[in-house]
Design a protein around this ligand. Structure first.
Ligand SMILES: [Zn+2]
Length: 86
């Protein structure tokens, strides 16, 4: 048994390639419209959501881009009613 013989398989790790299969495709993480991407994970109990383009969207409207860039919250929380479980 020689497992090392099959090393022609190249690992495809592209940083900018998103797995978006939506139609139309979601805006990329560096586009101004990135928040319009589909949600792929939603964790309201932890206060964040993951968008299809790899952007982490926080409850306070702050964002963490896939390249590590942090976007400060840009929507005042006071404008919206935060529903708290009574
Ligand atoms: Zn998508």
């Amino acid at each position: 048994m020689n497992h090392a013989s099959n090393r022609s398989t190249t690992t495809s790790q592209r940083k900018n390639s998103t797995m978006c299969q939506h139609q139309p495709p979601c805006p990329s993480a560096d586009s101004a419209d990135r928040e319009a991407a589909h949600l792929v994970a939603h964790h309201p109990e932890q206060g964040w959501s993951l968008l299809c383009n790899g952007v982490l969207l926080f409850e306070d409207t702050g964002e963490l881009l896939p390249d590590g860039q942090v976007v400060a919250p840009h929507r005042p929380l006071g404008a919206e009613h935060v529903t708290t479980a009574a």
